[in-house]
Write a protein that binds this ligand. Structure first.
Ligand code: ATP
Ligand code: MG
Length: 394
């Protein structure tokens, strides 16, 4: 029977946190593989997790889900047999019987109680294969087939491939963040990179009906749903109606500050919502210098209104690098669909590139900020939860 061997990756280095990390990873794996729960037996050992798959035809599907779970370093499909010389020789031969071309055998003896040492066993396995398959020859440097046998306490593990996985840390070990998700290219990538370091994300989107269409919102749904495969359990998408505030912002005298002030309000609302939902960071897709409003001066003025840290995972990325990731995570095609978002319809002719906090504060004095924010957070948020494969309204 074939099993999946899961290697833990970076979390093996994490001293005391190790057990918490492993439990979280296993919990995440179980969640993502929920629909297969009848056919999987989980076996945890010291450095790895082994999934015994009772229905072999589901192996590929299961592996492709596992490849998208953060915290997994790599996978191998393994045969686990009894630690008995004859059985190991038979099984390794069976695997290589029909192989044409070059091969190499590697043996690792973790269980030192096993009578044959690794060098000896390696020779026996290779000789047995060469004797029984005339079409195969050894190449220790660049083999087409690498057969690995690991003698562990609980059996002999035999495999021929290592499938590389996402690496990173299990989602949830770094608490939760609130990601400001627009319909663009950058914020889905920023969310993905945050998840990579183990932070679960919920999403907040600002819309301004009727200026922004239903299609624009659909696009955000789609993006959140695409990121779902990397996210943990049941995330939420909060949709905030920003129309009233936007109307107010049109009255700001210093037109060039509109974007700056809009961003400061985004962040204030995000802070309020984070307190309610227990998020400990705010995430944006800002990239240094990408547009006029993303200068270091602008970042500074925006940061002033936030109690929580604002994470900007793509700050140092070139657009091309961001696009590359968005293609990899399959959000690119959705992101480039042409629907208006709040910003694109609202950009002043000459947005300030080096805003000053005191001017922003001065401009904000003419607005009933606290009241508007309070009202917006309380009344205008729609909440969608990811449940059984779709986003449903709460
Ligand atoms: P993106 O590609 O993510 O839209 P962008 O380069 O277009 O980013 P901006 O539109 O200036 O940049 O927005 C910067 C960041 O502000 C976005 O990455 C996102 O995190 C946040 N943001 C912008 N518009 C919205 C919105 N309507 N709802 C939620 N967050 C938003
Ligand atoms: Mg945008």
């Amino acid at each position: 029977m074939k099993n999946v061997l899961i290697r833990y990756g970076e979390l093996t280095l994490k001293g005391n946190n190790r057990n918490t990390f492993i439990s979280k990873l296993i919990q995440n794996i179980k969640f993502k593989l929920k629909k297969y729960k009848e056919i999987i037996v989980y076996k945890k050992d010291h450095n790895n997790l082994v999934l015994e798959i009772k229905e072999q035809s589901k192996l590929d599907e299961i592996c492709s889900i596992l490849q998208n779970i953060f915290g997994i370093y790599s996978l191998s499909i393994v045969e686990i047999v009894e630690k008995n010389e004859e059985i190991i020789l038979n099984k390794t031969l069976e695997i290589c019987k029909n192989h044409l071309g070059t091969f190499k055998v590697e043996v690792e003896r973790k269980d030192k109680g096993f009578a044959i040492n690794s060098q000896e066993l390696k020779t026996k396995i290779a000789v047995n294969i060469l004797k029984n398959n005339q079409n195969i020859k050894v190449d220790v440097h660049n083999p087409e087939l690498k057969l690995t046998v690991i003698i562990k306490h609980n059996g002999a593990f035999i495999f021929t491939s290592r499938i590389s996985a996402l690496k990173g840390l299990p989602v949830g070990v770094s608490s939760k963040g609130l990601s400001l998700l627009s319909g663009g290219i950058d914020s889905p990538v920023a969310s993905y990179l945050t998840l990579k370091r183990g932070m679960q994300v919920d999403f907040l989107h600002f819309m301004t009906p009727p200026h922004t269409s239903k299609e624009a919102l659909d696009k955000v749904f789609k993006l959140a749903s695409k990121i779902e495969k990397y996210n943990q359990a049941n995330f939420s998408l909060y949709v905030c109606d920003f129309s009233m505030i936007l109307k107010e912002l049109m009255h700001i005298k210093e037109e060039s500050y509109r974007i700056t002030i809009m961003r400061r309000i985004f962040i204030r609302i995000a802070n309020k919502l984070s307190n309610i939902i227990g998020a400990q960071a705010i995430i944006t897709g800002e990239s240094l210098g990408q547009v006029a409003s993303q200068t270091i001066e602008s970042i500074h003025v925006i940061n002033q209104v936030s109690d929580l840290p604002i994470l900007r995972p793509v700050l140092t990325y070139d657009k091309e690098e961001i696009i590359e990731i968005s293609k990899k995570i399959d959000t690119y095609e959705t992101s480039i669909l042409p629907f208006d978002d709040v910003c694109s319809m609202y950009v002043p002719k000459n947005p300030v590139t080096k805003p000053k906090t005191f001017i922003a504060i001065k401009q904000e004095e003419s607005l009933l900020l606290d009241e508007m924010i309070e009202y917006t957070v309380k009344n205008l948020i729609k909440i969608y939860i990811w449940r059984e494969g779709e986003l449903v309204e709460k």
